[in-house]
Ligand binder design. Structure first.
Ligand code: ADP
Ligand code: MG
Length: 356
């Protein structure tokens, strides 16, 4: 039966006339997340391929708080994606609601997650990282100017159109996104994010026992995405996260201290400009942190000036990187393991923070 509850934008992009399986043939599993499976979806009439994200959508008006929250979360995700249209952001074509599930038909990314690309490669040259990171920042700038704060930017949510080609990156997964006026976006009061990428201000007032939907003690805003971008750039250039501990509580404590360094040998061949940009993005005080617009003006992103001259050294860096690649890979694998544990924790232990 089709759900008739109220939907974002008055039901814009909601297909009520047909069932999803009438329009699409749902095929192989492309990926899974904390609360979703994403399948390849082939349009039966045109043969065109899409990605279909399937999530539980509890009935409207449920008496159970968890069900109401679950429903709100899915509707917020749809609402955030509804009007987005940008080359660096995964677009929503249409969605279906049936049998207490939502089926979001999205642009297909064929290249997998950026996390896998980084783990395979170890780390990237400045030129490669610049091209990809520019796209990420342009996407985030577009989101912010469209009234959307993503809140869960991380390598797993950055998808590649082509395998191994990070210059084809697009931002995905609006499950934690907040949409609203500038006043709303600067007054976010719930915890959300992934431990390795979360900005310190999001954790303000956090206790070790913080659970799903915990309130933060100070509202925060779009700067949380900028911080996560800083983590992403750090990882692209080094293959390692700026904040890391196997124990999630200790990892979050490290984020709350906000101290990171460029001491790993991999950073020796990286330019001062790149490190300066990372430091501006990972500025502890969100008031002092670069905005997206400012980051886009940063000298490191302007031209490939200087990096061409470093081309030879870059090759040496990559060779040296091979020695650190294993470490980067292992740490990346650890990240995935830790995130897997965190995702389970949402369901079982409430250690992974998501919006209520
Ligand atoms: N548009 C897409 N094209 C290809 N794969 C996708 C697409 N969207 C998501 N995926 C895959 O599914 C995974 C889970 O999707 P995501 O939207 O991140 O869900 P969750 O909110 O559960 O984390 C992604 O990390 C990715 O591997
Ligand atoms: Mg995800």
């Amino acid at each position: 039966m089709h759900d008739r509850g109220p939907f974002p934008g008055g039901g814009k992009k909601l297909r009520r006339d047909v069932r999803v399986e009438d329009v699409y043939s749902l095929g192989k599993l492309l990926g899974t997340g904390g609360s979703s499976s994403v399948l390849l979806a082939t349009d039966r009439s045109t043969g065109q391929e899409w990605a279909c994200k399937i999530m539980a959508l509890p009935r409207a008006g449920s008496k159970l708080r968890a069900e109401r929250q679950g429903r709100d979360r899915v509707l917020r995700e749809i609402s955030a994606m509804l009007d987005l249209e940008h080359p660096c952001v995964i677009g929503l074509r249409e969605y279906f609601v049936q049998d207490q599930k939502a089926y979001l038909v999205m642009e297909l990314s064929r290249g997998g997650e950026m996390l896998d690309a980084v783990n395979d490669k170890g780390h990237y040259s400045e030129d490669e990282a610049r091209t990809a990171f520019l796209r990420v920042l342009q996407g985030v700038q577009y989101l912010h100017s469209s009234g959307v704060v993503h809140r869960d930017l991380k390598l797993e949510n950055l998808l590649l159109a082509r395998p191994g080609d990070i210059s084809s990156v697009k931002i995905a997964d609006f499950g934690g996104a907040v949409k609203g006026s500038p006043a709303v976006l600067n007054d976010i009061q719930t915890m959300c994010g992934s431990p390795q990428y979360v900005a310190p201000e999001v954790l303000l007032g956090r206790h070790a026992s913080s659970a799903l939907g915990s309130q933060v003690s100070q509202p925060y805003g779009p700067g949380c995405d900028v911080w996560s971008c800083g983590v992403v750039l750090y990882m692209l250039l080094s293959g390692c996260p700026p904040f890391w501990h196997e124990d999630v509580e200790q990892l979050l404590a490290a984020v709350q201290r906000g101290k990171f360094d460029f001491e790993d040998p991999v950073w020796r061949g990286v330019s001062r400009e790149a490190k300066d940009l990372i430091s501006g993005l990972l500025q502890f005080d969100p008031g002092q942190r670069l905005s997206c617009d400012e980051a886009l003006q940063h000298p490191w992103l302007q031209t490939s000036n200087g990096t061409q001259a470093r081309g030879v050294a870059e090759g040496q860096l990559l060779l040296r990187g091979a020695a650190t690649r294993t470490e980067g890979g292992e740490r990346g694998a650890n990240i995935q393991r830790a995130l897997g544990v965190m995702l389970l924790a949402v369901l079982c232990l409430a250690l992974y923070f998501v919006v209520v």
